[in-house]
Design a binder for this molecule. Structure first.
Ligand code: HEM
Ligand code: NAG
Ligand code: NAG
Ligand code: NAG
Ligand code: NAG
Length: 326
């Protein structure tokens, strides 16, 4: 369904409101008449993936973030490399790290059975992330649909645009603000680290020789430090071992990420850095005390993130499979 078609069915007097329809914005009811079963199909696909592996809720949420932050939410993160295109999958922040492609492929295949050629991979991933957050105990938020899929992906875009856990908060914030997100979104969306896992190499520099000091990061709680040192011994072969981002409630989407930060128990250097700045620290305090405030703000920031750089109308395409352009 595109904006031009919609326009044909409008009664004559609606011409007065033409401006609303030619802009091709996202719409809460975009697939109501073309794929009424969409939400149910996505919900079931995410539910069964999480039933098989609890961590998948976190992995799908992160996949959506990595799609949206790099050249917008247009499904480019899901494109496989081709002989003529080095895509995002093998960029440094994604390779051997981002997960959940098979889950989205399976959901896309079921959606194609019910509504062929109708629903974009970008919208499926957006809905899957919403369901994952909800099924993990987080807020349910309404998200408008109508994204179309991009025609290309670029490894260098992912390398340049995704944040690193080792860069300072100012740099991470700059990456978010360059997209139209703000400092509050950085703090709120980082709360996604209330679920899921990180590999030792993403935080090991904090455990043994922080910034060349020969000592651990002083901003890391000493009992958590001891646990992490045993999960991630100081040798290369521990690099891919896993530690939970929120050891308090590993699989539950709640506000304990912020409680951890208040207690010097953030896992990534970039997590704990939110306490190193007065403005972000007071937001962290707020969310550590008020779970409902976090739930409400998280939903709002997710909708904002899900609107970044979207393709609508006649732009892009509806892919047949999420791994390749048509
Ligand atoms: C603010 C800057 C951010 C940085 C530097 C960052 C960095 C990371 C890193 C290094 C990991 C571990 C990856 C691995 O070990 O393979 C991770 C995991 C994760 N990130 Fe982030 N992240 C950020 C923001 C976000 C945002 C905004 C979201 C979602 C809204 C998110 C969701 C997740 C989730 C759910 C996981 C766990 C994934 C899993 O278990 O499969 N992150 N992040
Ligand atoms: C279930 O999860 C395991 C990992 O825990 C994975 O290897 C397997 O492919 C998953 N099976 C299905 C049907 O998703
Ligand atoms: C942070 O950004 C500045 C300015 O863009 C850059 O010079 C610096 O190398 C970045 N720091 C890190 C650790 O990425
Ligand atoms: C910090 O940890 C202590 C126990 O170690 C706990 O009593 C306190 O509630 C925690 N604070 C927050 C904000 O979670
Ligand atoms: C804390 O939350 C309240 C809303 O309950 C808000 O008015 C206030 O600005 C927040 N403070 C910070 C520092 O985010």
């Amino acid at each position: 369904m595109n904006c031009i078609k919609k326009f044909h069915f409008l009664p004559f007097f609606s011409v007065l409101f033409l401006g609303h329809f030619v802009s091709c914005q996202l719409d809460y009811r975009f697939y109501d008449s073309t794929c009424a079963s969409l939400t149910k199909i996505v919900r079931y696909g995410v539910w069964s993936a999480i039933a098989n592996e609890t961590r998948m809720a976190a992995s799908i949420l992160r996949l959506h973030f990595h799609d949206c932050l790099v050249d917008g939410c247009e499904g480019s993160v899901m494109l496989d490399d081709t002989s003529s295109m080095k895509g995002e999958k093998n960029a440094f922040p994604n390779r051997n790290s981002v997960r959940g492609f098979e889950v989205i492929d399976a959901i896309k295949a079921s959606v194609e059975k019910s509504c062929p050629g109708t629903v974009s991979c970008a919208d499926i991933l957006t809905l899957a992330a919403r369901e994952a957050v909800y099924l993990a105990g987080g807020p349910f938020y309404m998200v408008p649909l109508g994204r179309r899929d991009g025609l290309s992906a670029k490894e260098s875009s992912a390398n340049e645009q995704l944040p690193s856990p080792l860069e300072p908060l100012e740099n991470i914030t700059a990456k978010f603000t360059s997209k139209g997100l703000d400092l509050k979104d950085v703090v709120v969306l980082s709360g996604a680290h209330t679920i899921g896992f990180a590999q030792c190499f993403t935080f090991k520099s904090r455990l043994f020789d922080f910034g060349g000091s020969g000592k651990p990061d002083p901003a890391l709680d000493t009992s958590l430090l001891q646990n992490l040192q045993s999960v991630c011994p100081n040798q290369v072969d521990s690099d891919t071992n896993l530690a939970p981002l929120d050891p308090l409630t590993i699989n539950k989407f709640d506000n304990s990420y912020y409680m951890n930060l208040v207690n010097s128990s953030g896992l990534l250097q970039s997590d704990q850095a939110l306490m190193g700045n007065d403005k972000t620290a007071s937001m962290v305090m707020n969310y550590s005390k008020y779970p409902f405030l976090f739930a409400k703000d998280f939903g709002a920031s997710m909708v904002k993130m899900a609107g970044l750089g979207v393709l609508t109308g006649q732009n892009g395409q509806i892919r047949k499979t999420c791994r390749a352009v048509n």
